[in-house]
Design a protein around this ligand. Sequence first.
Ligand SMILES: Cc1cc2nc3c(=O)[nH]c(=O)nc-3n(C[C@H](O)[C@H](O)[C@H](O)COP(=O)(O)O)c2cc1C
Length: 243
Amino acid sequence: MATPAPAKVAVIYYSSTGTNAALAKEIANTAEQAGAEVRLRRATELAPPAAIESNAAWAANVRATADIPEAAPEDVEWADAVIFGSPTRFGNVTSQLKQFIDQLGGLWAEGKLADKVYSGFTSSATLHGGQESTLLALYNTVHHFGGILVAPGYTAASKFVDGNPYGTSYPLSLGASPGPGALAAVAHQARRAVMAAARIRPLPLTTRHIKEPAGTSAGHHAVAGVPATGPEEERYGYELPAV
Ligand SMILES: Cc1cc2nc3c(=O)[nH]c(=O)nc-3n(C[C@H](O)[C@H](O)[C@H](O)COP(=O)(O)O)c2cc1C
């Protein structure tokens, strides 16, 4: 039997002061050790260089991670599993990561974001500072993608240490850098995403263009102002095998 191709994992994160960068690197290293092909990518900075330079920690992180390529939509298209990371800001995903995600509309319209594994991680200043709301806000988007959400749950001992079944989260109140507990939790999340991607990939879930009867999406077209394409409307959808 031919050896299956390795699962492709994209780790796409934003980090101002290095916490999420450290978590992202641990995920990337662990996924690689688990046999995956990995792309570690950072979301583009939106602030002007002067603002970054005026914050020593931010400037140091930008310099330390300058060799990590910026994320591009193609990285998501390429991946079987996408693991997103973002600091918690006001209980939500950072605008920097969201700016990247909002560039994925074209791939979404083609059905190319569906059927991939997605998972997320975050950090915050305080223990109850909104990590779970950040991850749940991130996961709203995964539902729109038609993605397969693989949260860690309490599937390893490390999850009873970081205590967050929604994804790995690290509160800076525990110390400036993620310690062994957070690194173990994030490594478990990486292995779980690789395992899920490897299992899901062979399933015949690939989206294809199919013809649907006229009027099937009339409501959608009316709302979106998109003209119907003819008597049959060509949209992405599934040709599921008989079970
Ligand atoms: C604008 C802003 C909003 C923030 N909002 C929160 C928050 O709601 N809860 C919290 O605990 N920390 C909050 N923080 C702290 C960040 O979560 C913390 O600095 C971040 O996790 C560090 O991640 P990084 O080192 O990867 O940039 C906020 C920070 C900024 C700059």
